[in-house]
Design a protein around this ligand. Structure first.
Ligand code: ATR
Length: 270
């Protein structure tokens, strides 16, 4: 099977290590998973060349998830809702299926800490990262989902778009208007990438709260420090989301469900 991840930059991607480790679990012969550095304005050409040369699918990382969404012949419901694709599969008839496994990856990781059913979830940010996770989060039947964003109008718009797609109450507010106490707080902003703090009201971290930082490898971000000071029970960074989105993608290509645990251990010790 010939797969690859597309991105720019791409050298940093851990996906080849993760996917090859999964393939080893099943002793899959001829499993190839490469890295493709596509030009910023040339994703579609890179993808079509790869497919013409026998590529059977792959993953897509920044900045191409929206380009990939536009290149697919068919989309899963979660990719359509996310308007972004992180997983591609070339079907037997040569058409391209686009999926988005980021959100279910997050949900799988969160489930290690608590059941989401009946819980209050706060998602910080209203960009692509948030759009990718709302549908899968709602699938676990939380009590409600609040989207809070620096630019309030974007949170309100996103909540209103999703309100017709999910059967969980959802609303959008400005960051400084967040009120109440939450069981799960997810940082889906890009603030932590630049080490910036998010101005959060006090008292929103409930007892047993899971504070989830989607970014990983940045050490204690300002969001995680804030959560720790507020007494959050679990501080989690997004490495698990990365591993579990890969589990879902591997299953889509091969029909086999790999064990995430040994791969987790390998990445933590790397
Ligand atoms: P992504 O695709 O990673 O979600 P994006 O679409 O550019 O990236 O969205 C980035 C998100 O992080 C936005 O919600 C942005 O808030 P605005 O809509 O107000 O721009 C949020 N963000 C970025 N830096 C931030 C900061 N310092 N504090 C709070 N929110 C921030």
């Amino acid at each position: 099977m010939r797969l690859a991840i597309f991105g720019n930059p791409i050298a940093q991607s851990k996906s080849p290590i993760i996917q090859c480790a999964f393939a080893e679990q099943f002793g899959l012969p001829d499993f190839e998973y490469g890295r493709i550095l596509a030009p910023v304005d040339g994703f579609a050409e890179s993808l079509h060349r790869f497919v013409a040369e026998g590529g059977q699918g792959g993953n897509v990382t920044a900045p191409f998830k929206e380009d990939a969404f536009r290149c697919c012949d068919r989309l899963t419901a979660r990719a359509a809702a996310a308007q972004a694709v992180n997983t591609l599969k070339v079907e037997a008839d040569g058409t391209i299926l686009g999926d988005n496994t980021d959100g279910i990856g997050l949900v799988m990781d969160l489930r290690r800490f608590c059941s989401l059913a009946g819980k209050r979830i706060l998602v910080l940010g209203a960009g692509g990262a948030t759009r990718g996770v709302i549908l899968p989060l709602a699938g676990d039947k939380p009590a409600d989902i609040v989207i809070a964003n620096r630019t309030a109008a974007k949170a309100v718009d996103l909540a209103s778009t999703f309100s017709t797609k999910i059967d969980v109450p959802i609303c959008g507010v400005a960051l400084d208007q967040v009120c109440g106490v939450f069981d799960v707080i997810i940082d889906a902003t890009s603030a932590s990438l630049g080490g910036e703090a998010i101005p959060l009201p006090v008292g929103i971290f409930g007892t047993g709260c899971v504070a989830y930082e989607m970014v990983y490898g940045k050490g204690q971000t300002p969001f995680m420090r804030r959560a720790a000071e507020a007494g959050a029970a679990h501080l989690v960074e997004g490495l698990g989301m990365l591993v579990y989105q890969a589990v879902e993608a591997f299953e889509l290509w091969t029909g086999l469900r790999p064990d995430a645990e040994p791969v987790f251990a390998m990445l933590r010790n790397a």
